[in-house]
Design a protein around this ligand. Structure first.
Ligand SMILES: [Fe+2]
Ligand SMILES: [Fe+2]
Length: 151
């Protein structure tokens, strides 16, 4: 189905999203490898499942690029490599990245909303990105100073 918007521009936007999703997948895998400490078990699962979700988004977007007659990128967005990181640093970095993805997909949704199929695709991806964001934010709440209750 031909999109009701400029196809070249859609392919360009999808490729920039693909490069971000591929980088997110690698970054989450990396975090799953380097996280240490007594809480490692569930955190490895958290990072691996976020990596899987980023791969699912990459697949969805890559398939769409080819379907539209474009060529999916093999490049990915540059990944910061600060070396060893605390869990808090990893979670904050990932939260920032999710925010960045939500903003990008919201921009793309606005730009292409005249095309129903693209609109539905972006809405579904945005819902998932927001749930990633909210989940990471809840993990990070542990690190906020807790109010001390006066007795
Ligand atoms: Fe994603
Ligand atoms: Fe995400």
């Amino acid at each position: 189905m031909e999109p009701k918007v400029n196809k070249e521009r859609v392919i360009e936007a999808l490729n920039s999203a693909l490069e971000k999703e591929l980088a997110a997948m690698v970054r989450y895998l990396h975090h799953s490898f380097i996280v240490i400490g007594p809480g490692r078990g569930p955190l490895v699962q958290l990072f691996r499942s976020l990596a899987t979700d980023s791969m699912t988004h990459s697949i969805q977007i890559g398939e769409k690029i080819t379907a539209l007659g474009g060529h999916p990128s093999v490049k990915m967005e540059e990944i910061d490599e600060p070396g060893d990181q605390t869990l808090e640093e990893m979670l904050k970095e990932d939260l920032e990245m999710e925010k960045n993805h939500i903003e990008m997909y919201e921009r793309h949704l606005k730009e292409f909303e005249k095309d129903l199929i693209l609109k539905l695709m972006y809405e579904q991806i945005i819902l998932e990105e927001v749930s990633h964001y909210e989940n990471l934010e809840m993990y990070l709440r542990d690190y906020q100073p807790q109010p001390v209750h006066a007795r």
